[in-house]
Design a protein around this ligand. Structure first.
Ligand code: FES
Length: 176
């Protein structure tokens, strides 16, 4: 399958690239990777990263090193709902471990795995900047805070029926 942005996304990518002087297209890498992840099933395969490199006129390795550095980019396939539980100090003190264990039991997966139906992937991440409402998790663009196991149960039910792939952007067309 040929890897290619939709025309609409490509227009947006070109607009982002034009923000930077000639020869500095690499500066557009982060927003273009977010668009790529949103458009290509929530993760960045090697062909997708190579495609992004060609658009920005940089070497593929320059894309790989950025994509593998940030936890917001997935270089392996993920489920429609990527659940990222904060495990840093304040969340840990307020029971993040219990939330993770509860999710593992409920989804029948371990951290880093995707459920058999392809709907949920569970990850743990470092501080998401919402320490005052610990423990918390992120799913797509949304934060779920002051978590309890009951709230997690309600969230899973809601996500199961939403059917939509969660991305960090509210819409694939969002300019970032
Ligand atoms: S420690 Fe969890 S959001 Fe900051």
């Amino acid at each position: 399958m040929e890897i290619k942005f939709s025309e609409e996304t490509l227009n947006l990518v070109n607009k982002i690239i034009k923000r930077y002087p000639e020869g500095r297209q690499k500066s557009a890498l982060l927003p273009v990777l977010h668009l790529a992840q949103a458009e290509f099933d929530g993760w960045l395969s090697s062909p997708v990263m190579d495609y992004v490199a060609s658009l920005l006129n940089i070497k593929p390795i320059e894309v790989y090193e950025v994509a593998t550095f940030y936890s917001m980019f997935n270089t392996e396939p993920v489920g429609k709902c990527l659940i990222e539980v904060c495990q840093t100090g304040p969340c840990w003190l307020r029971g993040a471990d219990d939330i993770v264990e509860h999710l593992e039991r409920k989804l029948n997966i371990k951290v880093g795995e995707t459920s058999a139906d392809g709907v949920f992937t569970l990850k743990t991440v470092e501080c998401l900047g919402s320490c005052g409402t610990a423990p918390m998790l992120q799913c797509g663009a949304d934060y779920y805070e002051n978590l309890t196991t009951e709230k997690v149960d309600m969230l899973i039910e809601k996500l199961k029926t939403s059917g939509q792939r969660n991305t960090y952007m509210k819409s694939n067309r969002q300019e970032i």
